[in-house]
Design a protein. Structure first.
Length: 91
C-alpha cells in the first residue's frame, strides 16, 4: 500500500475540508486544514480498519472529515485508484 491520496486533490490544494468531506474555502467555519502531505495508503487502511485512531497530525474530527472526502472520490480524481485498491481484498 505505497499509494497516496492527496486531500484535497492538487487543483484544490489551497482549500479546506468540511466535516462532510466537501472541499470548501479554507476560512469556512468548521473547515479543516488539509494535511501537509498526501495520506499514504497503508495509513488510510489502518485508520479505516480501526488499527490507528487518527492520521498523523490530525484531530479525530479532521480524520473523520478526511475519511468522508476519501469516500467521495470518483473515478478520474486524484487518489481514486489508490482508494479503490484499498477496497479490494488481498489474494
Amino acid at each position: 500500500m505505497n499509494c497516496e491520496i492527496p486531500v484535497p486533490d492538487p487543483s484544490h490544494s489551497a482549500q479546506g475540508i468540511s466535516a462532510d468531506g466537501s472541499v470548501v474555502p479554507i476560512n469556512t467555519p468548521g473547515a479543516f486544514k488539509p494535511p501537509a502531505k498526501p495520506l499514504k495508503g497503508e495509513e488510510i487502511k489502518a485508520v479505516l480498519e480501526g488499527r490507528k485512531a487518527n492520521y498523523d497530525g490530525a484531530s479525530r474530527d479532521a480524520t473523520k472529515a478526511y475519511n468522508h472526502y476519501i469516500s467521495r472520490l470518483q473515478q478520474g480524481t486524484s487518489g481514486f485508484t489508490c482508494f479503490a485498491s484499498l477496497q479490494m481484498p488481498r489474494q
